[in-house]
Design a protein around this ligand. Structure first.
Ligand code: 15L
Length: 277
């Protein structure tokens, strides 16, 4: 059984993955915030913006799923430390420790300034919609460098929104269910022959803005479609900001801070506190 490190494990995506992937891999979870791991899983408290911590947690694993960092738009200093320096530290620590395979959950916000009337695939130029989006483009570019220069293997998932159900009209296009994201992450960990791939982390959504044929080519068979929830979602939909309505990245295109939609209500109030994907 492979040993897999998941950083940012206390965040909402990390929590879904730790549950969905339990038993499939030997999971080593890490985060800045403390947590109680489930039986059979290990936890190491670590701050990825410190290289010494990154070296410690990546030692001896077969693959890394690097979720740690800010998961929404926020102040530059926080994004810089957690997403730019943190990402560099994890990729570089992986290289030094001989860990070849990294799954990097990038984001729809790396391409959020494409319009909603466009369909884009994995080959489009990045069009980040926020400092957060720029940090994800940085991770994609750094990953490419580590593949070309050091022969590492990088699987980039531009995640839409992981949630048990899609929560609004925009998420009907970009939603991914917990079991579908787990499937995609497993492809990233296990599929032989991956060098550098970008896929979209969405379920098989009827309203998708993405041509996700690269994910399908690599074996992804999503089980869910946001359309199942469309009637209920549209019943509760309110007219939104006109800029947000025009672009795929939604409100990230129009504001300076964004609350995390999946965070517990009281955390969602402030985007300036440390967040995990
Ligand atoms: C993201 O990249 C965030 O991590 C997540 O919290 C959501 O805001 C999501 O995008 C989204 O666009 O809904």
């Amino acid at each position: 059984m492979k040993t897999v490190l998941i950083t940012g494990a206390t965040g909402d995506v990390g929590t879904h993955l730790a549950r969905e992937l339990a038993g499939k891999y030997k999971l080593r979870l890490s985060d800045k915030r403390p947590m109680k791991p489930a039986k059979g899983q290990a936890f190491i408290k670590a701050d990825v913006s410190k290289m010494s911590d990154a070296l410690k947690i990546t030692k001896g694993v077969d693959a890394i799923v690097h979720l740690g960092g800010y998961s929404v738009e926020g102040p530059w200093e926080g994004i810089l430390q957690a997403n730019i320096i943190g990402c560099y530290n994890i990729f570089e620590a992986a290289r030094r420790n001989g860990v070849k395979r990294v799954v990097f959950p990038t984001s729809n916000h790396a391409v959020g300034f494409y319009r909603r009337d466009e369909t884009i695939d994995h080959r489009v130029m990045p069009r980040p919609d926020s400092r957060y989006g720029v940090s994800k483009v940085f991770g994609e570019a750094l990953g490419r460098l580590y593949v070309d220069k050091y022969g590492m293997e990088m699987f980039m998932i531009r995640i839409g929104n992981v949630n048990p159900k899609p929560i609004d009209k925009r998420r009907l296009s970009i939603w991914i269910s917990p079991r579908d994201i787990a499937q995609l992450v497993s492809i990233g960990i296990d599929r032989p022959g991956i060098q550098f791939e970008i896929v979209y982390g969405i379920s098989r959504n009827k309203r998708a803005w993405y041509d996700n044929s690269n994910a399908y080519r690599l074996g992804y068979q999503p089980l869910d479609d946001a359309e199942t929830y469309a009637e209920e979602v549209m019943r509760n939909e309110k007219p939104g900001d006109p800029i947000a309505e025009r672009y795929q990245g939604g409100i990230f295109c129009a504001v300076e801070e964004v609350p995390n939609p999946a965070a517990p209500a009281k955390k969602a109030k402030s985007a300036t506190k440390g967040k995990k994907k």
